[in-house]
Design a binder for this molecule. Structure first.
Ligand code: AMP
Length: 215
């Protein structure tokens, strides 16, 4: 199964991608996670990406496309994949189509997780992530058992730099301008499924699995 998860930042793409990847037995590919790992290790890619990420802007297509091309070449992607946070622009989507066409395949479904801006702002400003394993929590909706400590690996949780309120507003406007047009793009190709992402994480997972007809 080759899937794309679309949706605004904070719609729940990352959280749902982890669950779906396990249910479907395919890798979860998050361009945001790849950038953050590079930032943490201070690589040239990380230094470049950080300039854009901290401003709530998108990393340029030519940088992002190279990363995805390399990742999709890995053997674990032969069975399928879940793309979380890619594509985010029409040129990225066109590029992905070309790459997949080159290996005789295509994306099966694109799922748009729909959540209004006011809910997104509440979600992102309360989001906390593990500084070590990247597990995601929320102050109110999904708190850690022990405050500030990751349930999974016991490392401290932190607020992502780009989850500060002023950056959230910028990221949302970047989303509406550059990423939202992908909804019409994939609708036109007959690939789009839409789910309401305003409920709980469990609700979202149920809707996703149902929309994909996965038991
Ligand atoms: P995410 O974790 O998916 O919200 O991504 C965090 C940030 O990484 C985004 O706000 C962008 O700055 C950057 N980023 C992630 N994926 C992409 C992409 N496909 N194209 C451009 N920038 C991206």
């Amino acid at each position: 199964m080759r899937l794309i998860l679309l949706g605004a930042p904070g719609a729940g793409k990352g959280t749902q991608a982890v669950v779906l990847a396990q249910a479907l037995g395919v890798p979860h590919i998050s361009t945001g996670d790849i950038f953050r790992a590079n930032i943490k290790n201070n690589t040239p890619l990380g230094i470049k990406a950080k300039e854009y990420i901290d401003k709530g802007a998108l990393v340029p297509d030519e940088v992002t496309i190279d990363i995805v091309r390399d990742r999709l070449k890995q053997p674990d992607c032969s069975k399928g994949f879940i793309l979380d946070g890619f594509p985010r622009t029409i040129p990225q989507a066109e590029y992905l189509e070309d790459v997949l066409k080159g290996i005789g395949t295509t994306v099966d479904h694109v799922i748009d997780i729909n959540v209004p801006d006011e809910v997104i702002i509440k979600r992102l400003s309360g989001r906390r992530v593990c500084s070590s394993c990247s597990a995601t929590y929320h102050n109110v909706n999904n708190p850690t058992k022990e405050e500030g400590i990751c349930d999974a690996c016991k490392a401290p949780t932190i607020q992502r730099e780009d989850d500060r309120e002023e950056t959230i507003v910028k990221r949302l406007s970047t989303y509406h301008e550059q990423t939202e047009p992908l909804i019409e793009y994939y609708k036109g190709k007959g690939k789009l499924l839409t789910i309401d992402g305003t409920g709980t994480i469990e609700d979202g997972t149920k809707k996703l699995l149902k929309s994909l007809d996965v038991k």
